[in-house]
Ligand binder design. Structure first.
Ligand SMILES: [Zn+2]
Length: 264
């Protein structure tokens, strides 16, 4: 088995994510870019196995998704998204995808995650990419179009259709142009009604970003409970910037309310 050091490292970080209650049986995936450019990624059945993983439960993929080394299962259905992010963001060294509950709350409403803690400020925008999953899957089953799925992933073209036909263009349009931000900080986004992604330069940093993302989402939800529905990114110093959750449906998912904030 190759890449033993990197496998142990990824397993240790996966254990942290589980302990921090970010990874759960609902899903998720972690991956890291190896020094030779290949990608080491968690296998699809790990969530079902309660993330009870061993070093063999990761697959090594070439950047184009071909299998380099398979010691367990295949890559998850989100594999093309990981590969796209590594291709679009040259500084990306690791990716964490989780279905953590508070970020999922915002994602379930198609809302960007507001930055309400100083630890989340470095992210910049945290948009919500969106697709009508069930309609896309149903359309694909009735009228399939040829799709190129990476070899090293679970072969579910109906699920991959959502990623390849709907999320790939949004990654190109919304995330790829922010590549240079990765010189300074990691990036994060959510998928509508699905979960969150963080992309960082190193593995520990990327896991930490997921913790920060969830922390900010949780704090925003709790703020709304305290204030009766208003979220303040920075109440004492920029009190005019506020998000009334009752008006939340008016907020565009891919551009945070901070962009259109009331001038102070
Ligand atoms: Zn997922």
């Amino acid at each position: 088995m190759n890449y033993e050091t990197e496998r142990k490292h990824l397993l240790a970080v996966l254990t942290d994510l589980k302990r921090w209650e970010l990874l759960n049986p609902a899903g998720g995936a972690v991956s890291v870019r190896l020094p030779d450019g290949n990608i080491l990624m968690s296998c699809t059945r790990l969530a079902f196995d309660r993330w009870d993983a061993s070093v063999r439960d990761f697959i090594v993929l070439a950047p184009d998704g071909k299998i380099v080394e398979q010691t367990g299962g295949l890559g998850a259905s989100g594999t093309p998204m990981h590969l796209d992010l590594y291709a679009m963001l040259p500084r990306a060294g690791a990716i964490v995808h989780a279905h953590a509950p508070y970020s999922l709350t915002f994602a379930s409403l198609g809302l960007p995650i507001p930055s309400v803690t100083n630890r989340a400020d470095t992210f910049g925008e945290i948009p919500c990419l969106h697709a009508d999953d069930s309609a896309v899957k149903a359309d694909f089953i009735t009228d399939p179009v040829p799709l190129e799925l990476p070899e090293g992933m679970v072969q579910r073209p109906d699920v991959a259709a959502v990623t390849l036909l709907h999320y790939r263009p949004q990654l190109k349009e919304i995330i790829a142009p922010r590549s240079e931000e990765m010189e300074r900080h990691g990036l994060a986004f959510t998928l509508y009604r699905h979960g969150a992604f963080t992309v960082g330069r190193q593995l520990e940093e990327t896991a930490d970003l997921m913790l920060r993302l969830e922390e900010s989402a949780r704090t925003a939800v709790l703020q709304a409970a305290v204030t009766g529905g208003v979220v303040y990114p920075n109440r004492l110093y920029r009190g005019a910037e506020r998000l009334a959750l009752s008006d939340a449906t008016a907020i565009p998912p891919v551009s945070s309310y901070l962009t259109d904030r009331v001038p102070t």
